[in-house]
Ligand binder design. Structure first.
Ligand code: BES
Ligand code: MN
Ligand code: ZN
Length: 482
């Protein structure tokens, strides 16, 4: 879906369908650019109030525009960004199968929301039909955005387009089942991406022998239960190698059964989404290539499948990590931190300026924060501010949680340097504290996206979060550099 921007109001219908956003307190003002026959009468007859998300079809009321409708914003100055998604869905759902081009008049929408609204429209246009015999019949290709004044510009629209393609890619990867999307598949995806952008991306892949040679025994403790071998994948985006890179580390557990600490059966299918952190890294790398941001970024993916078997790790097993610290694996279902800790040690070779890991790490994070915000854990106040701000700017919000020293003792083990679980209290925090022990040589933040990376129920599927957040963060950084 492509957006084009028009500051002048269309004198003639430029597309097959026109949506006019309307402020409930400024009905006349919002529609003043259109010759609408008998508008006052029509509105009073239909009792249209332009309440939030209220829709009024206009049938031949606007000259030369057979298909037009008003869409209420309520009081536009009270409109919060989180409501944009609903409006976008109303427009997209009713247009997607019918029109190739539509026009939306944003004039009544506050200018600071224009970019977010474009992003919301692009997100509403996603569908996943890869394994359906009956395919979606989406025909919508172009959305013309019209506004008398706007803060949107071509650079912002480019970013929206890039985020859209990276986020959709991350959603596709997340939605693919575990029998298709397994560690070697993720490695192939990285190679395919690099083949698409050979001048910008460089990929390396570690197999299990190479991991053993490096001493990555926490990682291997997870993947050894599976017949599918694990992989550590790095993708370097080299648009500006003068700078030390920002390293994005994604949890890529392509299916999480829990291992010998087996998960209950109900809802276990959703553990195909346990690679959504990795998907967001691949999606961000793709978006970076499209947006051509002048920045140095390395993506690293810890790809493994967590299965029970005769080879699988037992509760109580002790392994030595690449960092030298020993771990007592009390619960094989706390596998994300095991594959991540060795990957977080491995990426030190890139001399990172900072590291952000993205992981569907804990059910406890879903309990704490639900599905609205991602958990942000970092001891670095400045980095926290940057990520909080990027979250607000991209409609992909995070909420800061503590990673304090006081929680570390919950991870004490009588037999090893550290246990891989911290008991029933503060599960998202103790998971972050576990990772913190492996990140002391660089600036670091951890994003727990267990609640935000996918939805259940009617809207079941991967969300592609936090690609918008990461791209906004990187775009802000690129801008600060220039
Ligand atoms: N992938 C899960 C986390 C998860 C659970 C994400 C539910 C989304 C929904 C992770 O590997 C896991 O199993 N974590 C355990 C940790 C526990 C054993 C300390 C959990 O959250 O139950
Ligand atoms: Mn698990
Ligand atoms: Zn997991």
């Amino acid at each position: 879906m492509k957006f084009t921007l028009h500051t002048a109001l269309p004198t003639q219908a430029s597309s097959e369908s026109l949506w006019i956003l309307v402020d409930s307190e400024q009905l006349q003002q919002s529609t003043k650019s259109y010759k609408i026959n008998n508008l006052d009468n029509f509105i009073s007859a239909t009792q249209f109030k332009a309440a939030f998300n209220e829709n009024l079809p206009l049938i031949a009321q606007i000259e030369e525009q057979a298909n037009a409708q008003l869409l209420g914003l309520g009081k536009s100055n009270e409109l919060k960004p989180n409501k944009l998604a609903k409006l976008a869905q109303s427009i997209i759902k009713s247009s997607q199968n019918k029109f190739k081009e539509i026009t939306i008049d944003l004039t009544a929408l506050p200018t600071n929301l224009h970019a977010l609204f474009a992003l919301s429209l692009s997100q509403a246009g996603y569908g996943y039909d890869e394994f359906k015999s009956k395919k979606n019949e989406f025909v919508l290709e172009t959305i013309h955005l019209v506004a008398e004044t706007t803060l949107l510009d071509d650079a912002q629209l480019n970013l929206v387009h890039a985020v859209q393609s990276g986020q959709n890619y991350a959603r596709d990867l997340g939605n693919r089942p575990g029998n298709i999307c397994f560690p070697e598949y993720l490695a192939d995806q990285a190679l395919a991406l690099a083949a698409q952008y050979p001048d910008m991306l460089q990929v390396t892949i570690l197999d299990e022998q190479q991991m053993a040679d490096l001493g990555m025994y926490a990682f291997l403790a997870v993947s050894k239960g599976s017949d599918r071998p694990g992989r550590v994948i790095t993708i370097e985006y080299k648009a500006n190698t003068d700078q030390a890179p920002i390293v994005l580390v994604g949890k890529g557990v392509t299916f999480d059964t829990g291992g010998i600490s087996l998960k209950p059966g109900a809802g276990m299918d959703e553990m195909k989404f346990d690679m959504c952190g990795a998907a967001s890294v691949l999606g961000t790398m793709q978006a970076l290539c499209e947006a051509q941001l002048p920045i140095h970024v390395v993506g690293a993916i810890a790809a493994a499948e967590n299965m029970p078997s005769g080879q699988a790790t037992r509760p109580g097993d002790i392994v030595t990590t690449m960092s030298g610290q020993t771990v007592e694996i009390l619960n094989t279902d706390a596998e994300g931190r095991l594959v991540l800790c060795d990957t977080l040690t491995y990426i030190k070779r890139f001399n990172p300026a900072l590291v952000i890991d993205i992981a569907t790490l804990t059910g406890a994070c879903v309990v704490a924060l639900g599905k609205v915000v991602s958990g942000l854990f970092t001891p670095d106040d400045e980095l926290a501010q940057e990520l909080l701000q990027a979250g607000e700017q991209s409609l992909d919000r995070v909420w800061r949680m503590p990673v304090m020293e006081e929680y570390q003792e919950l991870l004490d083990s009588p037999f090893a340097d550290i246990a891989n679980i911290g008991g029933p209290h503060g599960g998202a925090i103790t998971a972050a504290c576990f990772l913190e022990r492996f990140t002391r040589d660089y600036r670091w933040a951890h994003l727990d996206v267990a609640g935000t990376a996918w939805l259940s129920g009617a809207a079941k599927g991967a969300t592609g979060r936090p690609v918008p957040l990461l791209m906004q963060f990187l775009a802000n950084r690129a801008q600060a550099n220039s």
